[in-house]
Ligand binder design. Structure first.
Ligand SMILES: Nc1ncnc2c1ncn2[C@@H]1O[C@H](COP(=O)(O)OP(=O)(O)O)[C@@H](O)[C@H]1O
Ligand SMILES: [Mg+2]
Length: 357
């Protein structure tokens, strides 16, 4: 079989995607698979790399530049190259796609829709789950339907704001207490998110969020620990042990997450057994609520008095060897290599089940 690994992408998480692709390619069972790397540049160009029969030498070798021939660098400082392709040309027999893309265009159902049209098996969530998981308003409404506890929130669209900001302030201030968190509905990696402590900051936060999306959600801010649970499976859902993102900073933003590394992962989280049990149950419920497939990481807030609130589901969570999702599974008993293989098997299973009908 062949695995097409699609990575990079037009997203704030372009670089982390390359690191993840490096980790995954290193651990793919090359005894069973040929690996075809496909790099999406920051501008959105698709470049086909040299087919691989083993890991690449270093992560930066996966950054391709367009050229007539595809070749991977073997030494630091050398430039790898790839051949420009039409995305649809990845279609082939006996091929599974492994999309390693975060954020809009990669994690939001759009690329999953392309794989559906090409009729190819692909790792991870389908169109609906990806779109619903990415959209902070849609996911909250689905979680509400299945009774998952979450912080109060106020959604609105740009047109409503432009027409009558006073009405929006009243809705927010009538429902929530400062501080609040203002978020674009569709972004990820903390882009466009800010905390507001008063009306002036709220206005600035809304203007900032509107740069990224026409749909906005304002949430009740809470002082809480951040705990996360991995989900693996299709219709049969398995949950991992629970981990904590231990923060030294109040607001876990992109720089803190990926650049400054001021967070540490505590696995398993030091929380009471019944809390962990509940979190795992909620994570499975959230997975089913969005019709998840393959994997999700479900993120929660945990208050000092052990109240649990679901924050979000990520349908393509961070997946380097140092990321929460694989570390949670390692602690649960599935190592990185087997996790990658399990995800490929789940993709095939889902595809085959669909074709049996
Ligand atoms: N309602 C809230 N109360 C307190 N902190 C919050 C709240 N919402 C978000 N945060 C902080 O902001 C971070 C990013 O928000 P999140 O909704 O998880 O966005 P992203 O999709 O970018 O990960 C969270 O990890 C948390 O630290
Ligand atoms: Mg988050």
């Amino acid at each position: 079989m062949k695995i097409v690994v699609v990575y990079g992408g037009k997203s704030a998480e372009h670089d982390i995607s390359i690191l993840t692709a490096f980790s995954i390619i290193k651990e793919i069972y090359f005894e069973y698979y040929d690996v075809q790397p496909v790099f999406i540049t920051k501008e959105g160009t698709w470049l086909k790399g040299e087919p691989l029969t083993g890991p690449v030498a270093f992560a930066d070798a996966l950054k391709l530049e367009e050229a007539p021939e595809a070749h991977f660098a073997t030494k630091e400082g050398e430039q790898s190259t790839g051949v420009m392709i039409n995305p649809c040309s990845i279609k082939d027999e006996d091929t599974v796609v492994f999309p390693i893309l975060h954020g809009p265009n990669g994690e939001d159902g759009t690329i999953q829709g392309m794989f559906e049209i090409l009729d190819m098996p692909y790792v991870g969530c389908g169109v609906l789950a990806s779109a619903a998981g990415m959209d902070k308003i849609a996911s909250k409404q689905l979680f509400q339907q299945v009774g998952l506890p979450q912080v109060p929130y106020v959604p609105f669209i740009k047109t409503e704001w432009n027409e009558d900001p006073e009405a929006i302030y009243n809705r927010i201030e009538g429902t929530l207490l400062y501080p609040v968190f203002v978020k674009p509905a569709n972004m990820g990696s903390s882009v466009g998110i800010s905390k507001a402590d008063n009306r002036d900051e709220l206005m600035a936060a809304i203007e900032e969020a509107l740069k990224y999306d026409r749909r906005i959600v304002v949430e009740q801010g809470i002082d809480a620990r951040e705990i996360e649970c991995g989900v693996l499976g299709n219709d049969d859902v398995n949950t991992s042990v629970v981990g904590e993102v231990v923060k030294e900073v109040g607001f876990y933003d992109y720089n803190e997450k990926y650049v400054n590394n001021t967070v540490t992962l505590q696995i398993p989280a030091e929380i009471p057994e019944e809390v962990s049990h509940k979190v795992r149950e909620y994570a499975a419920t959230a997975f089913k609520a969005i019709d998840g497939a393959g994997l999700t990481r479900c993120d929660f807030f945990l208050t000092e008095s052990n109240e649990i609130y679901i924050n979000e589901v990520n349908t393509m969570p961070g997946f380097t060897e140092f990321s929460m999702y694989p570390l949670l599974w390692a602690e649960t008993g599935i190592n990185y290599k087997n996790l990658v293989e399990e995800l490929i098997q789940l993709a095939l299973k889902r595809y085959n089940e669909k074709h049996e009908r």
